[in-house]
Design a binder for this molecule. Sequence first.
Ligand code: ATP
Ligand code: MG
Length: 568
Amino acid sequence: MFSIGDEYEIVFTYRPLLRSERHLKDQDGVSHFIRTIVMQDLQSGHTNRIVTRFPPEPNGYLHLGHARSIVLNFELADEFGGTTHLRFDDTNPRAEDAIFVQSMIEDVQWLGYRWERLHYASEYFEHMYDCALVLIRKGLAYVDDCTAEQIRAQRGTLSEPGIDSPYRNRTVEENIALFSAMRAGAFADGAKVLRARIDMRAPNINMRDPVLYRIAHEAHHQTGTQWCIYPMYAFAHPLEDALEGITHSLCTVEFEDQRPFYDWVVRSCEMPHVPKQIEFGRLNVTHTVMSKRKLRAIVQSQEVDGWDDPRLPTLSGMRRRGIPPEAIVSFVKQTGLSKSNGVADIKMLEHIVREQLQLRTPKTMAVLDPLRVIITNYPEGTIEWIEGEYNSDNPSLGSRRIPFGRELFIERDDFLLDPPASFYRLGIGREVRLRHAYFVRCHDVVYDDDGSITALLCTYDPETKSGSGFTGRKVKATIHWVEASHAMPATFALFDHLLDEHADDHDDVRVLPTSRTSTQGYVEHAMADAPIDTRFQLLRHGFFIRDAKVPDQTIYHRIVSLKSSYPK
Ligand code: ATP
Ligand code: MG
């Protein structure tokens, strides 16, 4: 048994950035080396109208790294009046699934991009088969009976040339007959492959007779059981680009050594349209991983709650986390674009999210670790409704009515039994302002049988109501609170780094136990009725959104905390 794709894998050789390429790096996120190439191609008349594509393989969920490719392809075409195709590179049915197709469609739309055409590589299988026949007739392809291991052994190394397969000199007729029989299902998986006939001594290993087709008796999510041979990615991709009239085929830098083969395929198959492959650096981010393989391992370990766990860098995870799509686009642009792979600081993304949500969100009150407060001089059974502005920096968000009554909750850490002088919040005999409401002074505490504090007894001063213009005396702190009888119980999920800082450098990815903690508390009345996708700025705690995956439960995700450690 062998798995498709893995056995005849592409050889990626990384090379450091050349000095002459360093200037290509441009941090403003608007102008970059690929944009320059496109402008030149339009000016010289090489291209009339640019066509780009975003070509994910539907074998997982899209992540922040893919966002770089999405933003690049769609915005570049848009800027120069061109178009972009969304194309599923579905040549490897064993790893792929229609579920991934669906999620990718949703994710690209969520980021705000619209494609002109949607394609599947599998639409072109018949055409690709014909191209393979063209190569066979030209003596540029042959059927090889060697096993995957034999092929790998023949391939040579960077310093040693490869050796010819004993099947390399089959006649055209024999090759056509065998290739047709492969298609007809005459052979088992792995029994034969179709290979390009180029040069086993080529300095570029990718030109040493790469595999074009392998046998896989595997149903495909688009073509069903119509095919039992499938084209290899490296052969299929240039044909897809050529067939769709893609002018600029933008891919990540590990494909640089594939470019000669890409051009060879287009030329040898005599494709009328010639696309241009251009490579750019991958986006990596600290404290997380950007490879579908590693993400899959994390999801399968069940240490996270599926591909859309709010801690993951998948677009669906970030959506569930409440990160606005505009923040992702802005982050991707601000990381710039260069020829080499780069690592961006996750704090930069958090900073952008914070900046974008600051003015857009209502500021409300929730208590994450509640301590009961009884206002002993407030009449029992009475509720007073206070008008509270949502965000004083953005009056257009309006206001809501906040209930105030005899029993409230405050944060447990807003009270200390024996407070030091530097602590300005509540203690016995101390007075603070309740935000939007009154001054309260604590005069006693209530203990349970174990000696834990279960409630504070306070008095309020009716003269001190917010907005009443009271100037009689001052307090040093304002604390937030919620009225007990109208408060909605809620669970708060707080997130921290998923992985250690340089997780991408090693293979063994361990989800940090601190990545998710949760608390039980209360949110204010107005939050209970808000649409489920409303983002709130909870005073002192950060930006939050309900988990829309479990609408029957009241779970709030912290999108990001309020404090930034990102240098401006
Ligand atoms: P992965 O390693 O996560 O599976 P991939 O490159 O195999 O990534 P594809 O589905 O083939 O995933 O990617 C679709 C497009 O997105 C490709 O053009 C690819 O180069 C690009 N892409 C994938 N990951 C990144 C990244 N981290 N940064 C920039 N572009 C990326
Ligand atoms: Mg891939």
